[in-house]
Design a protein around this ligand. Structure first.
Ligand code: FCB
Length: 456
């Protein structure tokens, strides 16, 4: 197969501040909820923290040289809120802004377009202490932070993403508690979801006011590809419930300015949603220029009951997840590129006028450097090839897909899994920080160079 991508297709890689930067207490940065969570006993495997991570804060020039070598057109990274606004609101840290200015300049010098995400899960701890995402004030603070970032960096950065995966922030952070800040409270999770939507809408307004008209604004969602186990009404209803609290809870407010009626009904035992104020949904559905989709694996669901505490308020008592057969990654996630195709085609049909970006896709495997110092990762190459082929199939079927960002450039701090899960196409030896491009990095360079999949 010799699939070529459209001219101008954007080839990127993605990272996130807390997962790579390190320098956790340098130049005025204050703790985020992930600094606190990773210090709490038993929350992160092996007691790992992001204190040093890949030390990208000090090694970003070397990392950008690697990106240039790969031929990346775009690089997606996130800004650390508490590096820019220690305390979450109020005084700005000049040194924090200087770091991102230098990062953007280095990218531009290398001919790489900076794509900045404002929030990739690292809420300043002070804002969590004041109530966190379940509280409306957090959304307002986020909009103020967006304005500061846009004022300082808008001359260098044209592509902005407000939030990364608000589903994880709300439901893993406040619902099941497996992510920071580690609360397990259905009501808090639903309130967090709304206030994240509101934060997105308020930030879009603030960014539009501060940025040039050509700026590109987006949101990244980890939309779930759900499949019914059987074609019975019960199993299809399990999909409907999960789709409401997993996908439409974001898609409907952001693109249609409404809450899904079935979600409101399914969660009536938890809340009457009176925390949604008049006008909020109009704010949330401010037009954006692209939707980012993060995709790793699909889920098969049936009628049944899931574990509690679960990240699925209003659905958990009615659904069960059915394991998929076939190959799996080191995360124990199934390898199933059709799920990506299904998701993209769904978005083509439901949001025909919204350009799409795959803002994350990739796989963890148990990579190691062999005695010659090489890292052979044929499974990752297989995963990437299959998913790019699925993306190409979607393009051929009329999906308006503009780019692909591979997760991740570097092995990094994989949240509750610590450093044990390696997603990078560049291997990082954590004790020394040494970077070694894996075979998959060379393979990806070839994809970018020919703007298409190489022959096998
Ligand atoms: C996504 C996150 C990203 C990374 C990948 C594996 O949910 O956005 O930070 O952890 O999963």
């Amino acid at each position: 197969m010799n699939a070529h991508f459209p001219a101008g297709f954007r080839w990127g890689s993605a990272t996130a501040a807390y997962q790579i930067e390190g320098a956790a207490a340098e130049d005025g940065r204050t703790p985020s909820i992930w600094d606190s969570f990773s210090r709490a006993p038993g929350k992160v495997r092996n007691g790992d923290t992001g204190d040093v991570a890949t030390d990208h804060y000090h090694r970003f020039r070397e990392d950008i040289a690697l990106m240039k070598e790969l031929g990346l057109t775009d690089y997606r990274f996130s800004l650390s809120w508490s590096r820019i606004l220690p305390g979450g609101r109020g005084p700005v840290s000049q040194k924090g802004l200087d770091f991102y200015r230098a990062l953007a300049d280095e990218l531009l010098d290398a001919g790489i377009r900076p794509v900045a995400t404002l929030y990739h899960w690292d809420l300043p701890q002070e804002l969590e202490d004041a109530g966190g995402w379940p509280e409306r004030a957090t959304a307002e603070s986020f909009a103020a932070y967006a304005a500061v970032a846009a004022d300082a960096l808008g001359d260098r950065i044209a592509t902005w993403t407000t939030l990364n995966e608000p589903w994880c922030a709300a439901f893993l952070g406040y619902g099941s508690g497996v992510h920071a800040p580690g609360r397990a409270d259905d009501l808090a999770a639903l309130r967090a979801a709304h206030h994240l939507n509101l934060a997105h809408g308020l930030a879009v307004r603030a960014l539009r006011a501060a940025l040039p008209a050509a700026a590109e604004l987006s949101l990244t969602l980890n939309l779930h590809a759900f499949r019914a186990h059987t074609d019975t009404p019960e199993d299809r209803d399990a999909v409907r419930r999960l789709d409401a609290v997993g996908n439409r809870i974001f898609l409907d407010p952001v693109f249609h300015g409404r809450l899904p009626a079935d979600l409101v009904a399914d969660t009536a035992g938890i809340t009457d949603w009176s925390f949604v104020r008049d006008g909020d949904l109009d704010t949330v559905c401010a037009p954006i220029d692209a939707l980012g989709v993060n995709y790793y694996a699909p889920s098969v669901v049936a009628a049944g009951t899931s574990e509690t505490p679960s990240p699925w308020p209003g659905a958990a008592e009615h659904v069960r997840f059915v394991p998929l057969p076939g190959p799996r990654t080191a995360m124990d996630w199934p390898v199933d590129p059709d799920g990506l195709y299904e998701l993209l085609v769904r978005l083509r049909d439901e949001l025909p006028h919204v350009p799409l970006l795959i803002t994350e896709n990739g796989a963890a495997y148990d990579d190691y450097a062999d005695p010659e110092g090489d890292v052979h990762d044929p499974e990752r190459v297989g995963y990437l090839r299959a998913h790019l082929a699925a993306a190409h199939r979607a393009l051929a079927d009329g999906v308006d897909l503009r780019g692909y960002f591979l997760w991740s450039l570097l092995d990094n701090f994989e949240w509750a899994y610590g450093y044990g899960k390696r997603f990078g196409i560049v291997h990082v030896d954590f004790p020394t920080g040494r970077r070694t491009p894996k075979d998959s990095a060379r393979w990806y360079r070839g994809v970018i160079a020919r703007n298409g999949l190489p022959p096998r």
